[in-house]
Design a protein around this ligand. Structure first.
Ligand SMILES: [Zn+2]
Length: 161
Protein backbone atom coordinates (compact mmCIF):
# COMPACT_ATOMS: atom_id res chain seq x y z
CA UNK A 1 0.00 0.00 0.00
CA UNK A 2 1.21 3.48 -0.86
CA UNK A 3 -0.12 6.38 1.21
CA UNK A 4 0.21 9.93 -0.05
CA UNK A 5 -0.85 13.11 1.69
CA UNK A 6 -2.22 15.82 -0.55
CA UNK A 7 -3.53 18.89 1.25
CA UNK A 8 -6.04 17.60 3.84
CA UNK A 9 -6.50 14.26 2.07
CA UNK A 10 -4.88 10.87 2.37
CA UNK A 11 -4.71 8.89 -0.83
CA UNK A 12 -4.23 5.12 -0.42
CA UNK A 13 -3.10 2.99 -3.35
CA UNK A 14 -3.51 -0.75 -3.07
CA UNK A 15 -0.90 -3.23 -4.26
CA UNK A 16 -3.23 -4.33 -7.06
CA UNK A 17 -3.15 -0.82 -8.52
CA UNK A 18 0.61 -0.35 -8.07
CA UNK A 19 1.15 -3.73 -9.70
CA UNK A 20 -0.96 -2.75 -12.69
CA UNK A 21 0.91 0.58 -13.10
CA UNK A 22 4.24 -1.27 -13.00
CA UNK A 23 3.08 -3.81 -15.54
CA UNK A 24 2.50 -1.12 -18.16
CA UNK A 25 5.44 1.18 -17.37
CA UNK A 26 7.25 2.48 -20.48
CA UNK A 27 10.68 1.07 -19.93
CA UNK A 28 11.62 0.28 -23.52
CA UNK A 29 11.90 3.48 -25.56
CA UNK A 30 9.78 2.14 -28.44
CA UNK A 31 6.77 1.43 -26.21
CA UNK A 32 3.74 3.70 -26.46
CA UNK A 33 1.97 5.50 -23.64
CA UNK A 34 -0.75 3.47 -22.03
CA UNK A 35 -3.37 4.17 -19.43
CA UNK A 36 -6.92 3.97 -18.20
CA UNK A 37 -9.10 5.02 -15.33
CA UNK A 38 -8.83 4.54 -11.57
CA UNK A 39 -11.68 3.65 -9.27
CA UNK A 40 -12.22 3.31 -5.56
CA UNK A 41 -13.86 4.78 -2.52
CA UNK A 42 -14.01 8.12 -0.74
CA UNK A 43 -14.71 8.19 3.00
CA UNK A 44 -17.68 10.14 4.28
CA UNK A 45 -15.71 13.17 5.25
CA UNK A 46 -13.77 12.86 2.01
CA UNK A 47 -10.43 12.97 3.74
CA UNK A 48 -9.54 9.39 2.84
CA UNK A 49 -9.44 8.19 -0.73
CA UNK A 50 -8.89 4.51 -1.43
CA UNK A 51 -7.72 3.76 -4.96
CA UNK A 52 -8.28 0.02 -5.32
CA UNK A 53 -9.00 -0.52 -9.03
CA UNK A 54 -7.36 0.57 -12.26
CA UNK A 55 -8.40 -0.40 -15.76
CA UNK A 56 -5.99 -2.06 -18.17
CA UNK A 57 -5.24 -0.29 -21.46
CA UNK A 58 -7.67 -1.18 -24.24
CA UNK A 59 -7.40 -1.77 -27.96
CA UNK A 60 -9.59 1.25 -28.70
CA UNK A 61 -7.27 3.73 -26.96
CA UNK A 62 -5.35 6.14 -29.18
CA UNK A 63 -1.71 6.31 -28.23
CA UNK A 64 1.79 7.17 -29.38
CA UNK A 65 5.13 7.25 -27.66
CA UNK A 66 4.25 10.61 -26.09
CA UNK A 67 0.49 10.66 -26.40
CA UNK A 68 -2.43 8.90 -24.80
CA UNK A 69 -6.17 9.25 -25.28
CA UNK A 70 -8.34 6.59 -23.76
CA UNK A 71 -11.48 5.10 -25.22
CA UNK A 72 -14.52 6.72 -23.62
CA UNK A 73 -17.04 3.96 -24.19
CA UNK A 74 -14.97 1.20 -22.63
CA UNK A 75 -14.27 3.33 -19.54
CA UNK A 76 -17.98 3.88 -19.03
CA UNK A 77 -18.57 0.12 -19.13
CA UNK A 78 -15.84 -0.44 -16.54
CA UNK A 79 -17.32 2.23 -14.26
CA UNK A 80 -20.73 0.58 -14.40
CA UNK A 81 -19.29 -2.92 -13.96
CA UNK A 82 -17.20 -1.94 -10.93
CA UNK A 83 -20.04 -0.02 -9.33
CA UNK A 84 -22.38 -2.97 -9.67
CA UNK A 85 -19.88 -5.61 -8.56
CA UNK A 86 -18.78 -3.68 -5.47
CA UNK A 87 -22.34 -3.14 -4.28
CA UNK A 88 -22.16 0.52 -5.17
CA UNK A 89 -18.90 1.19 -3.34
CA UNK A 90 -16.38 1.66 -6.14
CA UNK A 91 -16.79 4.79 -8.21
CA UNK A 92 -14.75 6.67 -10.78
CA UNK A 93 -11.86 8.62 -9.24
CA UNK A 94 -9.67 9.68 -12.12
CA UNK A 95 -7.14 8.85 -14.80
CA UNK A 96 -3.76 7.17 -15.15
CA UNK A 97 -1.24 6.89 -17.96
CA UNK A 98 2.45 6.25 -18.50
CA UNK A 99 5.27 8.56 -19.62
CA UNK A 100 8.54 7.52 -21.30
CA UNK A 101 10.70 9.50 -18.86
CA UNK A 102 12.41 9.11 -15.52
CA UNK A 103 10.52 11.91 -13.87
CA UNK A 104 6.74 12.08 -13.70
CA UNK A 105 5.63 15.51 -14.85
CA UNK A 106 2.17 16.05 -16.37
CA UNK A 107 2.15 17.73 -19.77
CA UNK A 108 -0.04 20.78 -20.54
CA UNK A 109 -2.29 18.34 -22.47
CA UNK A 110 -2.60 16.18 -19.35
CA UNK A 111 -3.73 19.18 -17.31
CA UNK A 112 -6.19 20.14 -20.04
CA UNK A 113 -7.56 16.58 -20.15
CA UNK A 114 -8.09 16.40 -16.39
CA UNK A 115 -9.78 19.82 -16.37
CA UNK A 116 -12.16 18.60 -19.08
CA UNK A 117 -12.82 15.35 -17.23
CA UNK A 118 -13.85 17.15 -14.08
CA UNK A 119 -16.00 19.65 -15.97
CA UNK A 120 -17.84 17.03 -18.00
CA UNK A 121 -18.04 14.25 -15.39
CA UNK A 122 -21.58 12.96 -15.07
CA UNK A 123 -21.16 11.92 -11.45
CA UNK A 124 -20.55 15.50 -10.28
CA UNK A 125 -17.45 14.61 -8.31
CA UNK A 126 -15.75 17.43 -6.43
CA UNK A 127 -12.24 16.46 -7.42
CA UNK A 128 -10.40 14.14 -9.75
CA UNK A 129 -7.12 12.24 -9.47
CA UNK A 130 -4.36 12.15 -12.07
CA UNK A 131 -1.64 9.50 -11.99
CA UNK A 132 1.40 9.78 -14.24
CA UNK A 133 3.45 6.60 -14.20
CA UNK A 134 7.03 7.41 -15.21
CA UNK A 135 10.08 5.15 -15.12
CA UNK A 136 11.31 6.04 -11.66
CA UNK A 137 8.50 7.94 -10.03
CA UNK A 138 4.78 8.28 -9.77
CA UNK A 139 2.91 11.58 -9.90
CA UNK A 140 -0.29 11.71 -7.83
CA UNK A 141 -2.32 14.81 -8.60
CA UNK A 142 -5.56 16.00 -7.07
CA UNK A 143 -7.46 18.58 -9.11
CA UNK A 144 -10.43 20.36 -7.56
CA UNK A 145 -11.40 22.59 -10.45
CA UNK A 146 -8.99 25.34 -9.47
CA UNK A 147 -5.71 23.91 -8.25
CA UNK A 148 -3.70 20.82 -9.06
CA UNK A 149 -2.14 19.72 -5.78
CA UNK A 150 0.24 16.81 -5.98
CA UNK A 151 2.74 14.46 -4.43
CA UNK A 152 5.48 12.47 -6.11
CA UNK A 153 6.37 8.93 -5.06
CA UNK A 154 9.95 7.89 -5.80
CA UNK A 155 10.85 4.26 -6.54
CA UNK A 156 7.23 3.19 -6.34
CA UNK A 157 8.14 -0.29 -7.61
CA UNK A 158 9.67 -0.96 -4.20
CA UNK A 159 6.20 -1.04 -2.69
CA UNK A 160 5.53 -4.29 -4.50
CA UNK A 161 8.04 -6.25 -2.47
ZN1 LIG B 1 0.91 12.60 -20.11
Amino acid sequence: MITVEIRDKHVFLTKTVIDLFCRFQQIEQREKERGGIVLGQISEKEHRILVCRASVPGGQDRNKRRYFHRDRKKAQQIIEYEFYNSGGKNTYLGEWHTHPANRAIPSPQDIHMITEQLATNEMKVEFILLFVVAQEELFVGLYDGQTMSFATVKDFRDYLT
